[in-house]
Write a protein that binds this ligand. Structure first.
Ligand code: HEC
Length: 192
């Protein structure tokens, strides 16, 4: 028993003297303090979206259901090959209207005549009721929204693919409202 107490006292005094040595060593002014985990003190400051801030996805990764755009440099091929996958339902038109009025109206105007509220601070865009755009296929308009055209920027990062097609249905509805066919007029009268 006595031996054990002696042992403990001996150990305690050893630890104490080691600690005081450590303490004294840190009193010397020409030496910096001991630094634990320097990697935490000097951690690299990486901005949120910078490479290395998150685990980068494997090259070529795309979100589920995402179709990479293949016609970046070929608007005519886009016009030929791409078909609007959405049916023209009331819901699709309503969604197209919301998206058009969120993203396009500021420049193109509420009825797509080129008289958005940003004009004339921003150059006036052409009307979307022209023969040119009326005769364009949906795919050709899709190309302009996805890639942009001259002064008009790309909206690919802001408007998902489905919403782009819904906007096109809505633009078609605007076009038909300006230039209704005899059929359109007949059905409009019927529903009055
Ligand atoms: C920042 C203003 C701006 C916004 C927002 C904008 N556009 Fe445009 N858009 C323009 C301008 C300017 C042009 C003419 C570009 C040129 O000179 O070729 C244009 C051209 C177009 C054309 C081709 C017209 C033609 O005769 O060549 C289409 C189609 C079109 N825009 C659709 C849209 C749609 C749909 C949206 C919304 C998703 C949209 N734009 C958003 C400014 C805008």
């Amino acid at each position: 028993m006595n031996k054990m107490i002696k042992n403990i006292t001996a150990r305690t005094s050893l630890v104490l003297s080691a600690m005081s040595l450590l303490a004294l060593s840190s009193c010397r002014s020409d030496k910096t303090n001991v630094m634990y985990m320097p990697s935490m003190v000097f951690s690299p400051a990486i901005k949120a979206q910078e490479l290395g801030s998150m685990r980068p996805p494997v090259a070529g990764t795309v979100p589920r259901g995402f179709q990479p755009y293949q016609f970046a440099n070929d608007p005519d091929a886009a016009g030929r090959e791409l078909k609007n996958p959405l049916r023209r339902t009331t819901d699709v038109l309503a969604r197209g209207k919301v998206m058009f009025e969120t993203y396009c109206m500021v420049c193109h105007g509420v009825a797509a005549e080129g008289d958005g509220s940003i004009v004339p601070k921003f150059p006036r865009p052409p009307t979307l009721h022209s023969d040119k755009v009326t005769q364009w296929t949906d795919g050709r308009i899709y190309h302009v929204i996805s890639i942009g055209q001259n002064l008009m920027p790309s909206y690919a990062s802001q408007i998902d693919q489905g919403d782009r097609w819904a906007i096109i249905h809505y633009v078609r509805a605007l076009q038909r409202s300006k230039n209704p066919t005899a059929e359109d007029l007949k059905s409009a009268q019927l529903s009055q």
